[in-house]
Structure formats: structure tokens, C-alpha cells
Design a protein around this ligand. Structure first.
Ligand SMILES: [Zn+2]
Length: 328
């Protein structure tokens, strides 16, 4: 069974250590997030995770995009929409994605060989059990708009138009991540489970993004998805990714709504608590999921991003997850 992560990893920017990096620092070209990314990649590869992320080490899932997309800005820690939203000139994530791929290849022959043989996540209709890769991650248009304060150009009561423009901006980013070598594109839309998002608008916006992509797309929605699972299972993506460890209700919702139309990213590690999950509990939970959706439709991951945990805990949790998969 394939293993993956949702995205963020607790790896902090690093002071320059080598003479080379100290010189770069002196010249103003040192990037403290690069060693942070390398640590995140190393830990994920060492925990034997199949589809890893770049660790999203540069900051918050909203701000990283708000700083870059035309028409947005971060003012006193608040993401704002100040003008007409247009695609960013430069991608937010392709540089880090390429670096993560390179780092994973250096550490692991499995990653390198998977790339050389050009293997794909899907083997026909089933998930390819031998797949390794790095995912490209974007924050979804609905979440980006609803998490920002609208202060210019748009009528703040007409979110549909803003979300559609945001989708056009993110479509370019997603396409660039694909071209940079992303094995999967993941779209994070935590706002879809909160009750404040219009699901039809969200669906149309996501379709605008996914229409131009050839790689599989995973939609991550955290929280209790009881009210929306039926709808999001109809979105134009191949994988729906939710929390099942921290939110037991989601298991019942899956049981009621699952219809074989999508693969499921099955969150099986609680990312809200520092305590490391018990192996038995994780194995039991995964087995419950398998009974509902079938092994061929399932990949497992932690419930959500791991930014809030300590690095030691995050690594132990990832190892527990891959160990649990080994016990199946
Ligand atoms: Zn999440």
C-alpha cells in the first residue's frame, strides 16, 4: 500500500554552517530554507514514505501564495486581496519541488529508479504499489479567498468571481509544478468542511485547475467531512484525502458515501497530538478503511500537515505509519 504525507513538516530555517554557506550569507545569497527543505525530505525518505513533499518549509499555506499572487499581499500578518487577481509571474513552488526531487534522488536509489523508469502513480485503474515521487502542493482557490480579507477591486459579497479568478492564477502554478516533475498535484481546501464555502463554486474552480493537468490530482479536505463528502466525491480529481484518525466520524461518513469513484488518501495518524500513535490502533484503523474501500483504492498518510509537531514526533509518527503498513 502506498504511503504519502499531506505536506508541511516541522523543519526550521537553518543558520549557515559550512564555509560555503557562510560566504553566501555574507554575499546575501544564502537561503536558510534550503537546508530546512533538505531535512524534511531526508526524514520523509528515511521513514520510507513513498510520495513525499518538499516539507512546505517556507511558511503558512495561505501566506506563501498571498505573497506571490498578483493582486494579493500580506499586510501585518493578514493575507489580503487588494487588486484584480492574476497569475504570479514566478511560480511559488517549482524551485523547491525540483530541489526536493534532487535531494530524494541523492538519498534513495528507489526514488531515483522510479524517476528513471518514468513510473506513474496509476497502473491502469489501480495505484502502482512501487511508485515513488514528490507531490506538488497548492492551496485551493476557495480556501485562499475565504482566508483573505477582500479590500480592493472586488465586491466582497461576490466571492464566486474572486474564486474563479483565483482558480485562473492557481491553474498556472499547478501546471508549472506538473512540468517541474510533480508526481501528483495536491490541492488543499480545508475550508470545504467548515460550512462557509459554496461547494458548487469550489467544484467549478477546481475543475478549471485540473482540466489542464495530466498527473493525478488529490484534494485534501481536513475536518469533519460528513456534510460534504458526498459532494466532494464528485469533484474532478482522482483522490480525496481526509482525516480518519483524529475524526472518527469521517469513517462513518466514508462507509455511507463511498461509491468506488475515487481513490482515498486515508489519514491514519493523528497530527493534532504530540503523543505517537499506537501501532495496533493504526493497523486497526487502516484495516477498517480497507474493509470499506478496498486496498486497491487506498493510500495512507497522516491526517494533516505536521508543522505544529516537534521534528522528533513528526519523524516517529511517519515511521509508525509505514511500520503499520508493513504489518497489513
Ligand atoms: Zn489538513
Amino acid at each position: 500500500m502506498l504511503t504519502t504525507v499531506v505536506g508541511s513538516y516541522p523543519s526550521l530555517p537553518q543558520d549557515p554552517k559550512s564555509i560555503g554557506s557562510k560566504i553566501s550569507n555574507f554575499l546575501g545569497s544564502y537561503d536558510p530554507y534550503i537546508p530546512a527543505l533538505e531535512i524534511a525530505v531526508k526524514d520523509q525518505v528515511n521513514a520510507r514514505v513513498d510520495i513525499i513533499s518538499d516539507g512546505q518549509v517556507r511558511g503558512d499555506m495561505i501566506e506563501v501564495f498571498a505573497r506571490n499572487i498578483h493582486g494579493m499581499a500580506v499586510v501585518e500578518n493578514t493575507p489580503k486581496i487588494l487588486g484584480k487577481i492574476k497569475p504570479a509571474v514566478n511560480s511559488s513552488g517549482t524551485h523547491d519541488l525540483k530541489l526536493a526531487i534532487k535531494t530524494a534522488h541523492k538519498i534513495s536509489k528507489d526514488f531515483l529508479n522510479s524517476f528513471k523508469t518514468d513510473s506513474k502513480l496509476f497502473d491502469g485503474n489501480d495505484l502502482n504499489k512501487n511508485f515513488k515521487g514528490v507531490k506538488g502542493i497548492i492551496t485551493g482557490p476557495t480556501t485562499l479567498v475565504l482566508a483573505s480579507r477582500v479590500e480592493g477591486y472586488y465586491n466582497r459579497d461576490k466571492k464566486e468571481k474572486i474564486i474563479a479568478d483565483m482558480a485562473i492564477a492557481l491553474k498556472k502554478e499547478a501546471y508549472e509544478l506538473q512540468e517541474a516533475g510533480a508526481a501528483v498535484i495536491q490541492i488543499d481546501e480545508p475550508y470545504l468542511s467548515t460550512g462557509v464555502a459554496d461547494i458548487k463554486t469550489a467544484k467549478n474552480a477546481l475543475k478549471m485547475i485540473t482540466d489542464s493537468l495530466d498527473v493525478p490530482v488529490s484534494l485534501h479536505v481536513c475536518g469533519d467531512v460528513g456534510d460534504v463528502l458526498k459532494d466532494i466525491l464528485k469533484f474532478s480529481v482522482q483522490i480525496i484525502d481526509c482525516e480518519f484518525a483524529g475524526i472518527p466520524n469521517n469513517i462513518q461518513s466514508l462507509e455511507q458515501e463511498y461509491n468506488d469513484s475515487k481513490k482515498i488518501g486515508f489519514g491514519c495518524i493523528d497530527t493534532k497530538v504530540e503523543g505517537v500513535d499506537e501501532l495496533n490502533d493504526v493497523v486497526k484503523l487502516i484495516k477498517k478503511g480497507v474493509d470499506i474501500i478496498g486496498e486497491e483504492n487506498m493510500m495512507v498518510d497522516p491526517d494533516c500537515g505536521m508543522r505544529m509537531l516537534s521534528r522528533d514526533t513528526a519523524l516517529l509518527k511517519l515511521k509508525k505509519m509505514t511500520e503499520a503498513v508493513g504489518w497489513l
